[in-house]
Design a protein around this ligand. Structure first.
Ligand SMILES: [Zn+2]
Length: 302
């Protein structure tokens, strides 16, 4: 109820209290909130309209992980649009249920949301990028590791397998060195990182490499700058966020590569070492490509 009256003057708030207070014993929490909002609108309609216009600029959508490999997709919308979205999904559920659909209302609404937003014919038909890190254990059988879904994060191998067999998944395999566990390097001469190499660095680093920073990667950067003889290679590359990409150009900052780690030196004389997070892999029962199958046979017979 306090939210409904937060922008009113003290006198107006007291007025709302005197109007709604005597009825509180017979109202649910939702009804009390609605009564307080209605009273506030009557007292100061202009302020409410002005705030609504400002609030509409804040409309947005975000996604965050939920338990059991589910995700919350939340939208903050102007009230008319929010109600229209919900009404459209409700109508979809009503007509599906009337046609004998065995899914629950909630399931139909969720599926309709996905198909309409993505333009796919079926909710579980959405394309998804699964990055699989193939270790030698995964290639040769017997590992039970974790895969990574773009824009979501790690998922258990069982779920990734389900995605790759039921959804329209793009499976991208990355190979790690059997003894060091590093993603396989790619060399390039160009100064600008070629897209495939930049993507590999992005997958390796997962977030900004600067110490204590977990911001998303915005730049693929040369650890040792090209002007100082740094090469455009996998080892001399690091993912940095916007802020750290600028900070590292300030006087006194210095970065170098030491045994696969990036070492940062700051103007205050501190040194930090940054090691990329461990790559995530997936189990062995993927269908192997002909080349992979041949490698596997060779390794077994050799
Ligand atoms: Zn950063």
């Amino acid at each position: 109820m306090w939210q409904a009256t937060a922008t009113l003057s003290r006198i107006d708030r007291a007025l709302v209290d005197s109007q709604v207070g005597p009825r509180l014993h017979s109202l649910s929490a939702r009804q009390a909130g609605a009564a307080a909002r209605a009273a506030a609108y009557r007292l100061d309609p202009r302020a409410i309209v002005e705030r609504a216009a400002l609030a509409a600029a804040d409309r947005r959508v975000w996604v965050r992980p939920a338990l059991d490999c589910m995700a919350y997709v939340t939208a903050l919308l102007p009230v008319a649009q929010g109600v229209a979205v919900f009404a459209a999904l409700t109508r979809a559920a009503d007509s599906a249920r009337a046609g004998g659909d065995s899914r629950s209302r909630g399931q139909v609404m969720a599926d309709a949301l996905v198909t309409r937003v993505t333009g796919q014919a079926q909710a579980d038909d959405v394309p998804v990028m699964v990055n699989l890190v193939m270790t030698d254990a995964a290639l040769l059988g017997g590992s039970d590791e974790v895969a990574r879904v773009a824009k979501y994060g790690p998922v258990p191998s069982g779920v990734a397998r389900l995605l790759t067999t039921t959804g329209r998944a793009w499976v991208r395999r990355l190979y790690v060195h059997p003894s060091t566990g590093e993603l396989v390097a790619m060399e390039a001469r160009a100064r600008r990182f070629p897209p495939a190499l930049a993507e590999l660095v992005r997958l390796r680093d997962q977030q900004c490499r600067a110490p204590y920073c977990d911001a998303p990667i915005r730049h693929i950067d040369h650890v040792i700058p090209v002007r100082s003889g740094g090469r455009t290679t996998y080892r001399n590359a690091q993912g940095l966020c916007d802020r750290h990409n600028q900070v590292k150009e300030e006087p006194g900052f210095c970065a170098s590569v030491a045994r696969g780690d990036v070492e940062f030196a700051t103007p205050t004389g501190h040194r930090y070492r940054s090691h990329p997070p461990p790559p995530l892999g997936l189990g062995s029962d993927l269908e192997l490509s002909p080349v992979e199958a041949r490698v596997r046979r060779l390794l077994h017979t050799g």
